[in-house]
Ligand binder design. Structure first.
Ligand SMILES: NC(=O)c1ccc[n+]([C@@H]2O[C@H](COP(=O)([O-])OP(=O)(O)OC[C@H]3O[C@@H](n4cnc5c(N)ncnc54)[C@H](O)[C@@H]3O)[C@@H](O)[C@H]2O)c1
Length: 317
């Protein structure tokens, strides 16, 4: 496929993530064809995207060089998968997180596209060797795992199937960079990929500290939002250590490695997230933020507004 032909991306599934990917791809000037197996759903997604793009333009936060009207003109919706896939060089699957559903969707897609079309899955929790096990030509398959909301949180984890061609990883990395995302490549697949493994470690220790009566729910969240998180929005744990000793990372480990090892050895087994001990944590959280739709929506809106400001700040530096 020549570069001149590489203009159309098909998004399969028009829920939260399908809509976000569509917005990201049109912001980069790609034509995006959205398909959903629920009739009318893909068209509804475009109505929702229109609203969001217009709001983003109004707030001066629209991504890319094109206006909201120009980006909307690149979008079309389909209830027919074959028509949606016509002309695509890249397919981003965003259907339910159910293995059988994804496997069957990829079988259907493979029947309808040429061998050189890249097949990419948004899965958060399924490894590529499972997702693509029923695809014949797996060298063009990979996971491109976004972070919610992808419009502001730009990380995309690119995870290969054991048979994925290096060029597919490179080309997808280039595509993601071109549309303004921040891709990272895993060298091989692993359960949880990188982001969710790091996140699980943070969740486990935070949970344990609250459950063991060391700290409150409110205060452990402050440890992150007013402490670690302040740095981590700009530099990762490796650079943080490198900058925190006069002679860099090796010096840091000479000074603090023993202490870190001691603390790590004091970590217990995986905490119980559902038993009696969990109940008091659930209650403590609900006292801070009630679990009803109104309170949760208000906090989600606040989170997204703050993420928008942070994305703006990161863009300027
Ligand atoms: N929501 C998140 O925070 C998040 C973050 C990263 C990755 N993901 C992953 O993205 C994927 C989509 O998640 P979501 O939150 O957008 O889900 P969602 O439930 O909001 O949307 C799924 C959409 O897929 C459609 N669909 C279901 N089966 C289909 C089929 N066979 N063919 C075509 N369309 C079909 C549904 O009608 C629905 O519109 C999942 O794999 C999820 O794990 C989600």
């Amino acid at each position: 496929m020549s570069t001149a032909d590489m203009k159309i991306i098909t998004v399969i599934g028009s829920g939260l993530i399908g809509r976000s990917w569509s917005m990201v791809f049109v912001s980069g000037g790609y034509t995006v064809k959205i398909y959903d197996n629920q009739p009318g759903q893909a068209a509804k997604a475009i109505t929702e995207i229109r609203k969001q793009l217009e709001e983003l333009e109004g707030a001066g936060m629209l991504r890319g060089e094109l206006t909201a009207t120009q980006q909307l003109a690149l979008l079309s919706s389909y209830d027919d998968m074959a028509k949606a896939l016509e002309g695509a060089f890249f397919v981003q699957e965003c259907v339910f997180e159910q293995l059988e559903v994804k496997q069957s969707v990829f079988q259907d897609i493979e029947r309808l596209v040429g061998k050189d079309v890249t097949l990419s899955s948004s899965t958060s929790c399924l490894v590529p060797s499972s997702v693509f096990s029923k695809v014949q030509n797996r060298s063009r398959c990979l996971v491109s795992h976004p972070v919610n909301p992808p419009y502001y949180v730009k990380l995309v984890e690119l995870v290969p199937h054991p048979e994925t061609a290096a060029t597919v990883m490179d080309d997808t990395h280039a595509l993601m960079t071109k549309v303004g995302q921040a891709p990272v490549c895993l060298k091989k697949e692993i359960d949880g990929f990188a982001l969710n493994r790091v996140q699980a470690a943070i969740i486990a220790e935070s949970w344990r500290l609250v459950q063991d009566g060391i700290i409150s729910v409110k205060d452990i969240d402050l440890v992150m939002s007013e402490g670690l998180g302040m740095r981590y929005a700009f530099i990762g744990p490796m650079e943080t250590m490198h900058l925190n000793a006069p002679e860099g990372l090796q010096d840091y480990m000479k000074r603090y490695g023993e202490g870190i090892t001691r603390v790590l050895n004091s970590f217990g087994p995986v905490p119980d997230f559902s038993g009696e001990g969990a109940k008091s944590i659930f209650n403590e959280m609900r006292e801070l933020i009630p679990s009803d739709q109104q309170h949760l929506s208000a906090r989600i809106q606040r989170r997204d507004q703050l993420l928008m400001s942070l994305a703006k700040l990161k863009k300027e530096h």
